[in-house]
Design a protein. Structure first.
Length: 207
């Protein structure tokens, strides 16, 4: 999917505005430049960033209510996917986006983007285990195996929340083969960037 088609989808189907698109363009170019020296994304995806990374992340806005006094946490955001894309979309200063990433190099890149574009998000440059996470949405993409993600969601997050995980074509098999007991309601949504990929949405209640 080429850049122009992705932009059309972002504007018409996902309700990004023209200012969001300008920021995504700056983000895209900075990512390409930074990736020449540091490994933020796989080289095999460099020519398809708008589809493979930006649109793949952006589609999650359909499952998030950006309302006052709520927040989302992206655990293991890497080069900012999906968290920075969601932060660029977010126009509510009372909704908080939190990015967790252990790599100092990646956090430096993310902080430079945040400061340059004046994006409303917090960046935590150490392990998520050192924080009390109390977000209403927990987001993961290319982070850990589903078994461990669910365990983190259940044991570390302190409030009832919605867990949203971007997964590949084996998502349903992974769920069926979980050893960690799961009694939560979940849905599998189709990805708009890959017909075989899925988005896992799970409502997690903390006792």
């Amino acid at each position: 999917m080429d850049r122009d088609l992705v932009k059309t989808i972002l504007l018409e189907k996902l309700k990004f505005n023209p200012e969001n698109i300008k920021k995504l363009e700056v983000f895209h170019d900075a990512l390409l430049n930074y990736n020449k020296k540091y490994n933020l994304i796989a080289n095999s995806t460099i020519n398809d960033i708008w589809n493979r990374h930006i649109l793949d992340s952006a589609q999650l806005v359909k499952y998030i209510d950006f309302k006052d006094n709520e927040s989302l946490s992206d655990i293991g955001t890497g080069g900012g996917f999906p968290g920075m894309i969601l932060a660029i979309f977010n126009n509510n200063p009372k909704f908080h986006v939190k990015l967790f990433e252990k790599s100092k190099v990646k956090c430096y890149f993310l902080a430079s983007i945040r400061n340059q574009l004046k994006i409303n998000c917090d960046i935590y440059d150490d392990d998520y285990k050192y924080h009390n996470i109390d977000s209403n949405y927990i987001i993961c993409r290319a982070f850990k195996k589903l078994e461990e993600i669910i365990k983190i969601s259940r044991e570390i997050v302190k409030v009832n929340h919605k867990l949203i995980v971007l997964k590949g074509k084996n998502a349903e098999n992974e769920i069926n083969n979980l050893q960690y007991k799961v009694n939560y309601r979940y849905e599998l949504k189709k990805s708009i960037t890959d017909e075989e990929s899925k988005i896992l949405i799970m409502n997690v209640k903390i006792k």
